[in-house]
Design a protein around this ligand. Structure first.
Ligand code: FRU
Length: 473
């Protein structure tokens, strides 16, 4: 092993020891989500390098193993057999003293090149692109001796030069990199390579007017290509045509998730062996002073619907986490609220509610604990305004003409909640406001589901509530 990799191994030992020392405390924190992917302790941010190899799914993530705040960026690592239950593995990559990634291992991707799992990441600083390979089923990583493989920027007027996202096409590797052209706006740079080591710059794949287009992801969906970027603001996507090494949007730019940047950022995705496009995003949640900060969203399946719109749905296999269940049918929602009681824990549940809208102007569903004065989570659809909202976050969403029904899937996991509506939009909300009331843990068990409708003939055809199991058991 060369000197740089020896130093790297020592850096990994220090990082893993730091996390191990507080992992028990993080796991027993009652505010910490249990069925969303978290780091064993401390800071987690961007999902990195999701990949399927040799019967296992791997998901890496930006991780500070020393504190619950951004810094010392490493790649944390989790492995799964089904994308639902996860196990933590030791940290995959850490900054190497004296090397081109001494100040951080920033975001990137993982691909399989000639049978060899290869991570492409941004080394800092200055920002440069690096690779690392594994010979032992992704358990340990060797940084390439010739790093950085892309040492310098292709032009002098760029701000930001990071977050490689690679794909294979027509016998070559392509890489999208996030950047911004000064005085102009955010852009995604395009490179090509035969071997992941030598790269040729092909020009901007896309140029816009935003901030640095961090964490670009670019992939085909049906007969379209989708570009998603995180431009220092709510992540946006557009679908369009990809020819001549240029992406031309044919749709408007839409939010990837209706939540604000703090609640959904830097999404990354992979193609699974069945050809599904699966995406995760980063939710910046966690109470001050805790020894954990941040979660990843549930895995989401993206698809191109027959109506040309993007489909966003929770991974169907998440149903494996469902435990005790209660179901109500055919509830008629008059002008007043209807409250139903459940003995399931109120804050680790999936709720699936189907509304027949009739002449509805608004429908709302509120989850809460039976004891009065406890915090409640309200999800509402305002048909007049075309808005979906949850816990003070909201975004544009309208049931399509002729759809006449609203299907809500709500995943509440202590301090994070994800709402999916009609398979077309997702809204993530994370907050300290969820997990505990006034500093005290919520009393166990006992939940309420309150339903409300405004307008004529609003009905809930079915409401299902499941208790959800932990993904670590
Ligand atoms: C996005 C980002 C990336 C960068 C990483 C560093 O959240 O700023 O552009 O690679 O985080 O942690």
């Amino acid at each position: 092993m060369d000197q740089l990799n020896l130093e790297h191994r020592r850096a990994l030992e220090r990082a893993n020891a730091s996390v191990a020392a507080v992992a028990g405390r993080a796991a027993s924190d009652p505010t910490r989500p249990v069925y969303h992917l978290t780091s064993p302790a401390y800071w987690i941010s961007d999902p990195n390098g999701p990949v399927h190899f040799d019967g296992e799914y791997h998901l890496f993530f930006q991780h500070n193993p020393f504190a619950s705040e951004w810094g010392n960026m490493c790649w944390g690592h989790a492995v799964s057999e089904d994308l639902v239950r996860w196990e933590h593995l030791p940290i995959a990559l850490a900054p190497g003293p004296g090397s081109c990634d001494k100040d951080g291992i920033f975001s990137g991707c993982c691909v399989i090149h000639e049978g060899v799992p290869t991570i492409l990441y941004t080394g800092v600083s200055p920002e440069c692109q690096c690779i690392a390979t594994s010979e032992d089923r992704l358990r340990s990583w060797i940084k390439h001796a010739a790093n950085p493989v892309i040492p310098t920027r292709p032009r002098g007027d760029l701000e930001g030069f990071r977050d490689p996202f690679c794909w294979r096409q027509d016998g070559s590797w392509y890489m999208a990199l996030g950047s911004r052209i000064q005085e102009q706006g955010g852009c995604v740079l395009l490179y090509r390579s035969a071997d992941l080591r030598e790269w040729t710059y092909l020009g901007p794949l896309f140029q816009g007017t935003t901030g640095v287009m961090e964490c670009p992801s670019f992939f085909p969906l049906g007969d379209m290509w989708l570009l998603c970027v995180s431009p220092y603001a709510q992540p946006l996507y557009a679908m369009g045509e990809y020819t001549g090494h240029r992406f031309r949007p044919e749709t408007e730019w839409l939010p990837m998730d209706l939540g604000p940047r703090e609640d959904f950022y830097a999404p990354n995705s992979m193609l699974d062996p069945q050809g599904r496009r699966i995406q995760w995003g980063w939710v910046q949640v966690g109470p001050p002073g805790a020894c954990w900060k941040g979660v990843l969203t549930l895995p989401r399946v993206l698809s191109l619907r027959t109506d040309g719109q993007l489909g966003i749905e929770p991974l169907p296999e998440l149903a494996r986490l469902r435990r005790r269940h209660q179901r109500w049918e055919s509830l008629s929602l008059a002008e007043d609220a209807l409250e139903i009681l459940t003995d399931l824990p109120w804050d680790t549940v999936e709720v699936c509610a189907e509304f027949e809208l009739g002449g509805a102007r608004e429908v709302a569903l509120t989850l809460g604990h039976v004891s009065p004065g406890r915090r409640k989570i309200a999800v509402a659809y305002d048909h007049d305004a075309g808005r979906l909202s949850c816990a003070e976050r909201s975004g544009k969403f309208r049931v399509l003409p002729g759809e006449d029904r609203l299907q809500l899937r709500i995943f509440l996991d202590r301090s994070v909640v994800e709402v999916y509506a009609n398979g077309r939009v997702a809204l993530t909300a994370g907050g300290d406001w969820l997990g505990v009331g006034e500093g005290a843990p919520e009393p166990a068990g006992g939940g309420t589901v309150a339903l409300r409708g405004r307008g004529e003939g609003v009905r809930a055809s079915a409401v299902d509530v499941w208790e959800m199991a932990s993904i670590w058991d």
